[in-house]
Design a protein around this ligand. Structure first.
Ligand code: IPE
Ligand code: IPE
Ligand code: MG
Length: 249
């Protein structure tokens, strides 16, 4: 009898080169279970690990996740403290596994505000994973889209190069990577919350009512299937072939 073969893993369309995710809803997930908000953040890490696996299986080369915004310092001090401790623990526990999976890590956001130990772990995770090329995972930590534009403008001004969209883009945090093709936000909110303002100009937006710890590989597959149904026009007309990305006259 012929051995039963597993079906090949589903592949995302090749036009899906970069997924960005606002991982929202951890606090509500925990509160609904009468747990402290910190428990939601902990389970949120498991959902992120599943997302990384899902992107690898589906062949999505770049993933950028929003883990802590520049506005999240406004939260109660104990929640902020708990999140910082969680980031340290996750980097200590998970970096080697991620490297083993072929994940290259990059952190975007302002690092000065972090403890020495967190900054050191970030630097080590980037260095240890630098030669990996299966999945580029960008983690936005103390990141704000407006900050990103300002730091790029400052760097460009300091370089003395003339201003243009291309030149400014070369100084943005995600320079050198394709812009996100798909933005997923969980948690039922329909807003950007100061995530990648520059880079999302022509990104397809997908909102899910699932709370982040509930977002699993099936939910990812549903988001990708919806992306595959979208027609991207970049200002053109239906049916017109378009070059991937923004074309500026
Ligand atoms: C997102 O979940 C995680 C972070 C912002 C760190 P929230 O903590 O915002 O969860 P809700 O939106 O309050 O449910
Ligand atoms: C956005 O979620 C930031 C992250 C997921 C890290 P928030 O929960 O901070 O966003 P708002 O406050 O609802 O806009
Ligand atoms: Mg939230």
């Amino acid at each position: 009898m012929a051995a039963k073969r597993n079906p090949p893993p589903e592949q995302a369309p090749p036009s899906l080169r970069h997924i960005a995710v606002v991982m929202d809803g951890n606090g509500r997930w925990a509160t609904r279970r009468l747990l402290p908000r910190s428990a939601g953040h902990k389970f949120g890490v498991d959902a992120l690990k599943a997302l990384v696996r899902g992107c690898i299986v589906q062949g999505v080369p770049v993933l950028t996740v929003f883990a802590f915004s520049s506005e999240n310092w406004n939260r109660p001090a104990d929640e902020v403290q708990g999140l910082m401790e969680l980031f340290v623990q996750v980097l200590q526990r998970e970096t080697a596994t991620l490297v083993g999976q072929g994940v290259r890590l990059r952190f975007i956001g302002k690092r000065e505000a972090f403890s020495d130990s967190l900054r050191e772990l970030i630097g080590r995770a980037e260095a240890d994973s630098a030669s990996q090329d299966r999945l580029q995972l960008n983690i936005a930590l103390n990141y704000g889209g407006r900050w990103d534009i300002v730091q790029a403008a400052q760097a460009l001004a300091a370089s003395g190069e003339p201003f243009s969209e291309d030149a400014l883009g070369r100084h943005m945090c995600l320079a050198g990577l394709p812009e996100p093709d798909l933005l997923i936000r969980t948690g039922g909110e329909h807003r950007i919350s100061n995530f990648l303002l520059w880079q999302l100009a022509y990104t397809e937006l997908y909102f899910s009512d699932l709370l982040w710890p509930e977002f699993d590989e099936k939910a990812l597959a549903a988001a990708i299937a919806e992306f595959a149904r979208r027609e991207r026009r970049y200002g053109g007309v239906p049916g017109q072939p378009v070059a991937a990305g923004l074309r500026v006259a």
